[in-house]
Design a binder for this molecule. Structure first.
Ligand SMILES: C[S@@+](CC[C@H](N)C(=O)[O-])C[C@H]1O[C@@H](n2cnc3c(N)ncnc32)[C@H](O)[C@@H]1O
Length: 188
């Protein structure tokens, strides 16, 4: 476990770096979340939502028949998300730690999605065990990790670790673009 690389929490005062019009142009979030497995009608747990930049895209994709629970460990991030995107009717923003998902019931989730956040989670063993608990049988755990910050060898260690926690890899683990790489798993 100690070999799994963990980064410090993203400073909430710098959330504007993640949440701005330039990112909307440079990063194809619509395409990325489709690659990550999102579909209309799904019940999604978004872990580490920050100020909610990705949440808007998730909300649109799951549409009225779906629902998003978007969590972040930092209350300041969730406050910002609520101010900017609290109008989204199918999203519930919650302050919650991925390693202790108190408000999420067993097997209530179709897709657990982490967009640039897995590398920041400090207790990855507890978090992955929680993701397993809240996912339905056959549910999807999908990570997008940033490049170049998270190296190939670290991604490989994340992959092997998650596979050892009751998940099976799906698709090509090497799907990457300039800004990030995808890892996708199914709950066994
Ligand atoms: C780099 S930011 C990415 C934010 C957002 N997903 C985006 O792409 O704009 C990572 C976020 O993960 C959150 N985070 C880190 N560890 C967490 C944990 N254990 N539980 C919930 N959120 C966590 C941080 O607070 C931070 O807001």
């Amino acid at each position: 476990m100690s070999k799994l690389k963990t980064f410090p929490l993203f400073n909430s005062r710098l959330s504007f770096i993640l949440d701005n019009g330039l990112r909307a142009i440079v990063e194809n979030v619509e395409k990325n979340i489709l690659l990550m497995g999102i579909k209309p009608g799904m019940r999604v747990l978004e872990v580490g939502c920050g100020s909610g930049f990705v949440t808007g895209y998730l909300s649109e994709t799951v549409a009225d028949s779906g629902f998003i629970i978007s969590i972040d460990i930092q209350e300041k991030m969730i406050n910002k998300a609520k101010i900017k995107r609290g109008f989204l009717k199918n999203v519930d923003f919650r302050v919650e730690n991925a390693s202790d998902l108190k408000s999420v019931k067993d097997q209530e989730i179709d897709l657990v999605l982490l967009y640039y956040s897995f590398h920041e989670i400090s207790s990855k063993d507890k978090a992955v065990s929680e993701f397993h608990r809240v996912l339905k049988q056959g549910g999807i755990l999908s990570l997008r990790e940033p490049r170049p910050e998270v190296f190939r060898k670290d991604r490989q260690l994340y992959k092997e670790f998650i596979e050892g926690q009751g998940f099976e890899s799906v698709g090509n683990a090497a799907i990457c673009d300039l800004l990030g790489c995808h890892l996708k798993f199914i709950k066994k």
